[in-house]
Ligand binder design. Structure first.
Ligand code: SAM
Length: 211
């Protein structure tokens, strides 16, 4: 049995109990080695359902949040996804394990560098760059899905514009302290939004977000 395989299986069981049903998401979480994405100091807590510090005052999101946001995106093989907020790289790795073509942006270069190393070593199909993700990444648009892993005051206009017709954007929107997770689908050029409560994120800092 591989390292932490039992812990990963238990985590998947816990996510099912908490209402995650998408088998592709559960299989990816059962495969991706979260302990490689956390600070070595927290390696024994890697499969707890909690957020953990990753440096630069940022966190790797709680597994339930990663699972919920991934499921909300309705991921499928070959789908082109833009992630804003690479952080540790774990969320991007989960989407890549599902077979998505992932583009991801991180504003902290030290986090970007560590995530890139992990992507290279694990031969993951992820293209990562440094910068302000609130302006999107127009070169590769349109995207079938956009996932924002930090909280914004509203849905940044460039992200809505870079979403393909029928595509979905998953983004926490609200104040600095509390947000509601918005899941929006682009229909006839307009976003149809549903909201979910019970999540908390670090702020999205950028031109079309918090200053
Ligand atoms: N997806 C990450 C993971 O799996 O570890 C979780 C990331 S953490 C909750 C949110 C990240 O968003 C932080 O690393 C933060 O630096 C980044 N961030 C905040 N504002 C950003 C922006 N405008 N552009 C790109 N990244 C941003």
């Amino acid at each position: 049995m591989g390292r932490f395989e039992l812990e990963r299986r238990e985590l998947v069981g816990m996510l099912k109990e908490k209402g995650i049903t998408d088998e592709t998401v559960l299989a990816a979480i059962g495969t991706v080695e979260r302990h490689l994405f956390v600070d070595p100091m927290f390696v024994n807590r890697a499969y707890e359902d909690s957020a953990l510090p990753i440096g630069s005052e940022q966190t790797i999101s709680q597994p339930f949040t990663v699972a919920f946001m991934s499921q909300a995106l309705r991921p499928r093989k070959g789908m082109k996804v833009l992630e804003i907020g690479t952080g540790s790289g774990y969320q991007a790795a989960v989407l890549a394990a599902i077979g998505c073509r992932v583009f991801t942006i991180e504003r902290h270069l030290s986090l970007l560098m560590s995530a890139r190393k992990l992507f290279d070593v694990q031969h993951l199909r992820i293209v990562a760059k440094g910068g302000d993700g609130s302006i999107g990444w127009s070169e590769h648009a349109p995207y079938d899905g956009i996932i924002v892993t930090a909280g914004a005051p509203s849905i940044p206009g460039p992200l809505a514009a870079q979403l393909a017709e029928g595509g979905r954007i998953v983004i926490p929107v609200g104040g600095m302290e509390a947000q509601r997770l918005h899941v929006a689908t682009k229909v006839n050029g307009l976003l149809q939004v549903e909201v979910h409560d019970g999540f908390k994120f670090v702020p999205l800092i950028g031109k079309n977000a918090w200053n």
